[in-house]
Design a protein around this ligand. Structure first.
Ligand code: NDP
Length: 245
């Protein structure tokens, strides 16, 4: 039998909860060796334990995607464990919602730092490795908010539009690296539980409770893109609850 993978690692940022955690579990179940990164290392360790108990290969390391040196160290940890980095899933993200006139500038900067700068940090660290290898795959988690703008989500949308833009630029420039954008709609996770103004976050939590996809549905979309042959680049998957407008 052939395994879907021949030794290169799959790195997943923001793997301590939600979509990143589900993606780690799913890709490990498909046979990929996964390396999980996030700031909450206790949560990462619990996910790794679960994957190993289920027979998968997983490791984790502390990661703050806003810090280039931390992203570099994360990749070095993965390279010390595995021969190559075949896939990077740039998933870490934050969504503190509020209207622009609330001027929650620290939260704007946090979204730019994590969602946009963090994605670029991941790209900067793995692109040279992947070009040297002659292959690689970067999966960037954007959002339906990378296609449309809604009140209280202007800055969040701006970061996700930007993630789609830089993904398309990389796709055009690179003949060796596959680039996939995953754009989920409402998905059950911890995203709406952290930051933002109370009313906006409560509305997002209620909508998610009512409609949200299980994170495993998004993980399976990522698994589909990753499992394609190297000559096939799934450019974008938009996936949302059937009931979402
Ligand atoms: P969660 O809040 O459950 O997960 C976000 C993850 O990002 C956590 O693991 C968190 O870990 C990590 N993270 C946050 N800041 C940093 C940082 N500075 N460095 C490293 N990791 C960080 O939410 P989701 O699973 O929903 O979010 C995953 C991605 O999916 C995000 O990019 C989000 O924008 C996107 N998305 C989500 C949708 C939804 O409805 N849920 C819809 C569309 C897109 P820790 O705090 O431990 O560092």
């Amino acid at each position: 039998t052939t395994t879907p993978h021949d030794g290169g690692a799959v790195l997943i940022t923001g793997a301590s909860s939600g979509i990143g955690e589900a993606t780690a579990r799913h890709l490990a179940s498909l046979g990929y060796p996964v390396v999980l990164g996030a700031r909450r290392t206790d949560k990462l360790a619990a996910v790794v334990d679960g994957i190993r108990t289920a027979g998968g290969r997983a490791d984790c390391a502390e990661l703050d995607v806003t810090d280039l040196a931390s992203v570099q160290a994360f990749a070095e940890t993965a390279l010390a464990l595995h021969s190559r980095i075949d896939v990077l899933v740039n998933n870490a993200g934050v969504m503190p919602l509020s209207q622009l006139n609330a001027l929650r500038i620290d939260e704007w900067n946090q979204m730019i730092d994590v969602n946009l700068r963090g994605t670029l940090h991941g790209l900067a660290v793995v692109l040279p490795l992947m070009e040297a290898q002659g292959h690689g795959h970067i999966v960037n988690v954007a959002s339906v908010s990378g296609h449309r703008v809604d009140p209280t989500a202007a800055v969040y949308s701006a970061t996700k539009f930007a993630v789609r833009a830089l993904s398309e630029g990389l796709r055009q420039e690179s003949t060796v690296v596959r680039v996939t954008v995953i754009s989920p709609g409402l998905t059950v996770s911890e995203l709406a539980d952290r930051g933002g103004d109370e009313a906006s976050q409560a509305a997002a939590q209620a909508a998610t409770r009512q409609l949200g996809l299980p994170a495993s549905a998004v993980a399976e979309a990522i698994g589909y893109a990753v499992a394609q042959p190297r000559s096939v680049d799934v450019n974008e998957i938009v996936i949302r609850p059937t009931l979402q407008g």
